[in-house]
Design a protein around this ligand. Structure first.
Ligand code: AMP
Length: 584
């Protein structure tokens, strides 16, 4: 097997060079000691991320270096970020928003998003960032499930995506907008955030926050039913902090660029909380991916640690490593990737392009933080996700007929990836769906829904998902959500949605539909359906391909057989796929 060896010197200089002994001596209590805490045993994410630095010598350090789409730059120091987020917390207090209320953010990567997330966490709200490329349907579903009381968004996003569904959001009381278009008059039912922030006090005393206080609600998709709201608590910050230290080799003073959008869990846990808790400087780029721009940022912003995703790496690879090599990246020390399988070629391409391999790591919305990683000190087996972090016990299990589980008998045998419960950033429930939450656990194992194997040296390898979830450009998409939107079209009788493999973005969303009598399966209708889905779901979730069929295969109980559609799409033997659907 191929191994990319780290030199002794490299390994010794990097974090976790003494992995076995750190694991043996590690406890979450110790990791908690790396944070400040609040008087009386409290723990608040925003205090650990911002206020504790602001008050000390790091107050003048740059917390956020924001690069606007059009070339503007803004630097926010820790002290200023503490004040701005306190202003936002005070705005919530002035509006009479109760602790524990849902505060939603729907915006591109603009400074207001970051200060609002941190301010809401200070105040005790439960924060949900929504991906700004969602269409009105995914926004409505998520805001209804989480009973969002406050929404922070921009005037243009509000007009396009929220105004049309406002009557479906009865719990929404306050919409605070940032002007991002030339409108003179604000949309009806909104207030402008800027003047409210200006009028608010920059001082805010964070209330005593019990470590188990809910903090973040991140939505993730299920195979069936609506998206699931994974609820995380304030003490998740203990894991954010320690996992960034271990898996990303992140240190105070690093210039850190996490390319994930805060609308997804990576962009919040590692795009905001973890690096700030360590006293790093965040680089935030408002613009969308563009290879040349990314090379420039890595070089000119002197990024030292870069956390990105396989889709982005593959998009850069398309341009060849010569383009990358026109620059030097003198500050770059560590590159990591997450969200989808990182193919071995991508690991090597890192060496060709930047002189550094790309380190894969694994986690998911429910785990709140990185669980398995290729550490900076470790020899890399390209294609492997790495080893469990200190404090994390991972195993490959198989389910038993009696409902129990056991470890697979041999190395390299496939099974379901499971984690022993008890780490601080583990989700505490699926909001309003206790039963669905309980079904994720057998004894004290949390079953992740991923299939994996473990090699004799203890590296974990990703095999696939145990369910029908789709990973497209690193975003987890539930087929049910896409099917439900298409079913709303008057011509559609049946829908089945699958992930179709794609060499760059992993999978594309593909829908198969059959039509109601009286509708012709022509190109005009196919295009209409594509547009219809895009309008409702937004470009991040909508199918890129739609195929019209006379009828779709169903199980005896009437469920559309997505697995069979997928097997046919891939030209694979159809086999017995009727029992493969799970309900996670
Ligand atoms: P999400 O909850 O949206 O972050 O998606 C989590 C899922 O993404 C995991 O359950 C995996 O299926 C997939 N995933 C995350 N990281 C990796 C990785 N390093 N390799 C393969 N799949 C991954």
């Amino acid at each position: 097997m191929e191994i990319l060896r780290k030199s002794h010197r490299e390994a010794q200089a990097a974090v976790l060079h003494d992995y076995p002994s750190v694991c043996a001596g590690f406890s979450w209590e110790t990791a908690r000691g790396w944070l400040d805490g609040l008087p009386g045993g409290g723990l608040n994410i925003a205090h650990e991320a911002v206020d504790r630095h602001a008050a000390g010598a790091a107050g003048e350090r740059i917390a956020i270096r924001w690069l606007g789409k059009s070339g503007t730059r803004r630097e926010i120091r820790y002290r200023e970020l503490a004040e701005l987020s306190s202003r936002f917390a005070n705005v919530l207090e002035t509006l009479g928003v109760a602790r524990g209320a849902g505060v939603y953010l729907l915006a591109g990567r603009i400074p207001e998003l970051y200060l609002a997330v941190l301010g809401a966490l200070k105040q005790g709200a439960v924060v949900t960032p929504l991906f700004s490329a969602f269409g009105p349907d995914p926004i409505a579903t998520r805001m209804t499930l989480g009973e969002g009381r406050v929404l922070v968004t921009t005037t243009s996003l509000y007009r396009r995506k929220v105004a049309p569904i406002r009557d479906r959001l009865p719990s929404l009381e306050h919409v605070l907008v940032i002007r991002d278009d030339d409108v003179e008059v604000l949309p009806e039912g909104t207030r402008e955030l800027g003047p409210l922030l200006e009028a608010a006090s920059p001082d805010y005393v964070i209330p005593a926050t019990a470590p188990e206080t809910p903090a973040l609600l991140h939505f993730t998709s299920g195979t069936t039913g609506t998206p699931k709201g994974a609820l995380h608590v304030h003490q998740a910050v203990v894991a954010h902090h320690s996992t960034a230290r271990f898996a990303l080799d992140l240190r105070a003073g690093d210039i850190f660029w996490c390319t994930a959008d805060p609308g997804w869990v990576t962009g919040t846990s590692y795009g905001i909380i973890a690096p700030l808790s360590l006293g790093a400087t965040l680089v935030i780029d408002e613009a969308e991916f563009e290879a040349e721009r990314w090379y420039r940022i890595l070089d000119e912003e002197a990024v030292s640690v870069w956390y990105t995703a396989p889709t982005a790496v593959r998009m850069m690879m398309k341009g060849g490593s010569e383009r990358a090599r026109t620059r030097a990246y003198p500050s770059l020390r560590f590159i990591a990737s997450v969200g989808e399988p990182l193919n071995p070629q991508a690991v090597h391409w890192g060496v060709e392009a930047f002189g550094l391999p790309i380190h894969d790591n694994w986690w998911q919305t429910e785990t709140g933080g990185i669980m398995i990683a290729n550490f900076a000190s470790m020899d890399i087996r390209p294609g492997a996700m790495g080893k469990p972090l200190p404090g994390i016990e991972a195993a490959v299990l198989r389910r038993l007929p009696d409902g129990g589980v056991e470890r697979v008998a041999h190395h390299d045998e496939e099974g379901e990836l499971a984690l022993r419960v008890g780490w601080p950033s583990m989700f505490r429930t699926y909001l309003h769906e206790e039963e669905r939450y309980r079904r994720c656990f057998v004894g004290d194992w949390y079953l992740t829904g991923d299939l994996a194997r473990r090699d004799p040296e203890g590296y974990f390898w990703f095999v696939g998902r145990a369910d029908d979830m789709i990973k497209s450009a690193g975003h987890l998409i539930g087929p049910f959500e896409v099917e439900s939107a298409l079913m709303e079209h008057p011509a559609v009788a049946e829908v089945g949605v699958i992930g179709k493999p794609d060499p760059v973005i992993g999978e594309i969303v593909k829908a198969f539909v059959s039509l109601k009598p009286g509708h012709a399966p022509d190109e005009a209708l196919r295009r209409e359906l594509l547009g219809f889905a895009r309008q409702r779901l937004g470009p991040a979730v909508a199918p890129k391909e739609i195929e019209i069929q006379t009828s779709l295969p169903r199980t005896r109980s009437g469920k559309i057989m997505r697995r069979l559609l997928k097997a046919r799409e891939l030209g694979l033997p159809e086999g017995d796929t009727s029992t493969l659907e799970t309900s996670r």
